[in-house]
Design a protein around this ligand. Sequence first.
Ligand SMILES: [Ca+2]
Ligand SMILES: [Ca+2]
Length: 478
Amino acid sequence: MIHCIKTFVGACLTCCVAASAGPFVAQAADKPDVLFIAIDDLNDWTGSLGGHPQASTPNLDRLVARGALFTNAHCVAPACNPSRAALMSGLRPFTTGIYMNSHPYGLPLKDTLTLNRHFMQQGYRVLGGGKIYHGRGGLPDEHQADWHEYFHRGGDPRPPVKSISGLNMAHFDWGPLDASDEEMGDYRLVSWAAERLMQDHDQPLFLAVGFVKPHLPWYVPRKYFDRFPLDSIQLPVVKDDDLDDVPPAGVRMARPEGDHRAVVSNKQWHHAVQGYLATNKFLDGQIGRLLEAIDRSGRADRMVIVLWSDHGWHLGEKQHWRKFALWERATRAPLAFIAPGVTRPGTRVDAPVDFLCIYPTLADLAGLPVPSHVEGPSVRPLLVDPQSDWDDVALITHGRGNHAVRDRHWRYIRYADGSEELYDHRNDPHEWTNLANDPQHAPVKQRLGTAIPSEEAPEATGPAKSAKKTTRAKIETP
Ligand SMILES: [Ca+2]
Ligand SMILES: [Ca+2]
């Protein structure tokens, strides 16, 4: 294994040095292809992360088992736009000002060497499809030239009624479709990606495949709902008075009088869990098709793969739904790297990381320089040896001034008004008991608090929408 690692790294370093001296194409054969798999709104309800006992994701589990799965990985921000903007730019929300879905990324990142720009500059053929950055209206003007090709997957079939659940809450809805897999946007996305994997390219590939499911609405073909009969559905484990020890800033994020009251009073909780499990099962089938394409392409042994989902998702834990919060279920999400010659199959990494590690790690694994602006660390040491010393923590930001810090055992939350939560995951995996006011844990808060910034950029503005003057979660529209 050591020999393999040296050979792979050596080849990359050689081509990196050579690339600066002449046309890149001559060295392209030495660079690995990169397959960048983005998933929208998939929390830890996968077979491999075990967030729900009925989660069934055998294809995803098979893919991540080929390399290193991070079991304590967290988004940088628990919302689509700021999570993706941070991951793709290498910059935290409090550096760019992109804190919320309402803060546009186009102009603020106009001059930033984003991940796809970096790979393009380094001689990669950069292809994207589906949802990579946030936004359904196409790419912002400032980012049009950042992809050699971009595939827009189109929409998904709709049910004949406005709201299957009866909640009438826009796309906060779920139910079976009388439609085929082939009619789904993510099916077309995989077909496109498979074609590109089969083609010959005279440059190494950076292929970004952005699945839109399991984002709401949870409408997928009926067979996936049938797979999870309603009378078998297990609700998440919750504690009725869980919010009693959460400070008001946290309760405002949970907003129990909103989604949760609507779901419970309309007897939709089981239906919603069924809908999420079914949509995850549909997604998993598409990951299976992508996996087949990878293997058919003959590229697998020269391909670095990263798989991630942009944040977690609550389904009633802390009387909260959706993302937009700083607890474990909203921030924990799948992250896996498969890097031939570096990772070993079946590796599980328990060290805490956040998705700011993705940019530098991919650059590192491809033998590219890591741009100096990038704020996260490469996790290569953990890929080589999951037991490596790792002092870093995961830092999650939700709105200006609100942060969570996660290490191996603890989650520390500090809101903009200074109020706090502290949870010990060694004996409180559901984060039920807030220990922030227990004086004996002051040193833990002090230690984790050093990760929280003392200065934060103002909220970004742009031509499309102006930034909202609040950090409240309730302003979000997913
Ligand atoms: Ca998302
Ligand atoms: Ca509690």
